[in-house]
Ligand binder design. Sequence first.
Ligand SMILES: [Mg+2]
Length: 260
Amino acid sequence: MRDWSATRFVLCDLDGVVWLAREAIPGAAEGIAALRESGRRVLFVTNNSFSLLAEQEAALAAIGIPAEGDVITSAQAAAFLVERGETVLVCGGPGVVEAVTARGAEPVVEGDADVVVVGFHRDFDYERMRVASDAARRGARLVATNDDPTYPTPDGPIPGGGAIVAAVSTAAGVAPVVAGKPFAPMADLARSRCGPTFTGAAAVMVGDRWTTDGLFAAALGCPFALVRSGVTAPGAHVGGSVDLDVADLAAVAATIIGPI
Ligand SMILES: [Mg+2]
């Protein structure tokens, strides 16, 4: 049995861990509260680049999880790759505009730019693909918020940010730098948000998908706790190594904190 007593930072995926399509997963709010009460810092790490931070915080508050200042998004990870004062062509949602603006860069919708940031948005169309790929072909750095091919919904999978990035990247003939989980920019952002006392040994990544959350844990050098409340069904085969394999976030909290 692993000793979790040194765990100070709990990095938590949202979809499939805390909620499913923003419907609370039973025990998640209580698990987060117990982890916080035990003195641990909980951060929510999501590849959702579309929604505004305040919307994501409000959605968490609505299921009983106060989260102001505790949400890290792939839009912020993408903005981490942008310098202050740069011009950024946004081919994404309002969360990308917000993150780029917070970084001190200037979001634009067309023309030349220093950087093109591509993320999930439902009004993506041929014209957006043309404008974004044109800027990248003319030399703008191409940054993807994430490369998730699909997102789960109650009605089945829908095309994800990765599908949009693939279209822009193909048209531009330029490979993107991907910012979100499981890649290095998101890991750098998470480390910086945890502060100087962060170490991999003092953290755990909780997620429902090995190919994003498990590999993200590896990028951080921390253990991975798999929960089977999302895309990985109970009993389903997992592609890589897992340090804790339990039903849900409540079980993760009970394991880390120990019997009360
Ligand atoms: Mg998930």
